[in-house]
Design a protein around this ligand. Structure first.
Ligand SMILES: Nc1ncnc2c1ncn2[C@@H]1O[C@H](COP(=O)(O)OP(=O)(O)OP(=O)(O)O)[C@@H](O)[C@H]1O
Length: 321
């Protein structure tokens, strides 16, 4: 993972504006609000830590500058915990997931899953991932799509496990259907079944329901809550939907606008099992409203920062002209 010798980049690197380190340092203002305090609740309680990001900084080199996606992120997810990650667009939510999936390496800091670099779990097929697009193979049946991880891992296909997941996701009558014969919601359920088929220890979900209509999405949320309560897999869900985040999670983390840092942590004490009835209760709405207000203020800050970045760039270009 290239984590053994992390570059010594301070969490509040000078020259950060709107998540971008520009070449012209004089023009630059500090990022978001300069608040480098770590949110204590972002780390899990006394339980066993399954996922850990510690002081994680992630830069993406662009042509003339560097995009700062994450700027000192500390978070942990306990074994068997469900954590939702919210934040303004571009704050680095998917980057957190991609780091945990071993698809990106941190510029600095530590990423660990069960105390080991993510690549180790990926190699052992102990990680289940479902993204916004289901990415089912169009020519293969639903059962064959769900069986893919067995083939990728070079293991014999466990038909009983596939049957169990088809049942769990309500797709038992569609085992032989092709993806095009299924609705968007059914395809997403198949993608989640595929992510679960090897009994992963960790499930990473990146907006898996964002393409669905509101009613289907809510139904899928309830189904995911049911599946999760049967399996209790450590889960990190990236979403833009505050209701979805609250409905599913034990804890909700809010990342600040670019560059991302953990800004707020909300312990969700709503009783389980979570059902659609819960979404009509005042406690649910109070939590959703509070988190929505926090997100709205972050989005307003992020927009103000973007405006100031554009103004700085214009001034800088005028100065050069
Ligand atoms: N491969 C890349 N190269 C350059 N910049 C990148 C790359 N991946 C992400 N970024 C930048 O890093 C920042 C965080 O991106 P990321 O996709 O993690 O945000 P996000 O919170 O998931 O966004 P959204 O909610 O819109 O999906 C953005 O500014 C993005 O442009």
């Amino acid at each position: 993972m290239g984590e053994s010798a992390p570059a010594p980049i301070p969490p509040t690197a000078p020259g950060v504006e709107g998540g971008v380190v520009a070449d012209n340092k004089e023009e630059l203002a500090p990022g978001f609000d300069g608040d480098t305090r770590r949110e204590p609740g972002a780390t899990a309680g006394p339980g066993q830590v399954a996922l850990e990001l510690s002081g994680v900084i992630k830069h993406f080199p662009l042509r003339r500058r560097t995009a700062v996606a994450l700027d000192g992120v500390d978070l942990t997810v306990e074994k068997g915990e469900f954590v939702s990650l919210l934040g303004p667009s571009g704050c680095g939510k998917s980057t957190v997931l991609r780091l945990l999936a071993g698809l990106e390496k941190p510029t600095a800091g530590r990423v660990r899953m069960h105390g080991r670099p993510p690549a180790a779990l990926v190699k052992e097929h102990r990680l289940g991932i479902a993204f916004q697009h289901h990415a089912l193979l169009p020519w293969a049946s639903i059962a064959e799509n769900i069986a893919l991880p067995f083939r990728a891992a070079g293991r014999p296909v466990d038909r009983a496990r596939i049957a169990e997941l088809l049942r769990l996701t309500g797709l038992e009558d569609f085992a032989e259907a092709r993806p095009r014969q299924l609705s968007g919601g059914m395809c997403q359920r198949a993608a989640i079944a595929r992510a679960l088929v090897l009994n992963p220890e960790v499930l990473l979900l990146d907006e898996p329901f964002s393409s669905l209509d509101a009613v289907t999405r809510r139904r899928m949320n309830i189904e995911l809550a049911r599946i999760w309560s049967e399996q209790r897999i450590t889960t990190l869900l990236v979403t833009h939907d505050v209701e979805e985040a609250v409905l599913l999670a034990d804890r909700v983390l809010i990342l600040s606008g670019r560059p991302g840092r953990v800004r707020h942590v909300e312990q969700i004490g709503l009783r389980r099992p979570r059902s659609s009835r819960l979404t009509r209760e005042p406690e649910f709405h109070e939590t959703v409203d509070r988190l929505t207000a926090l997100l709205d203020s972050d989005i307003a800050h992020a927009r103000a920062d973007e405006g100031s970045t554009a103004r700085s760039a214009r001034r800088w270009l005028r100065g050069r002209g």
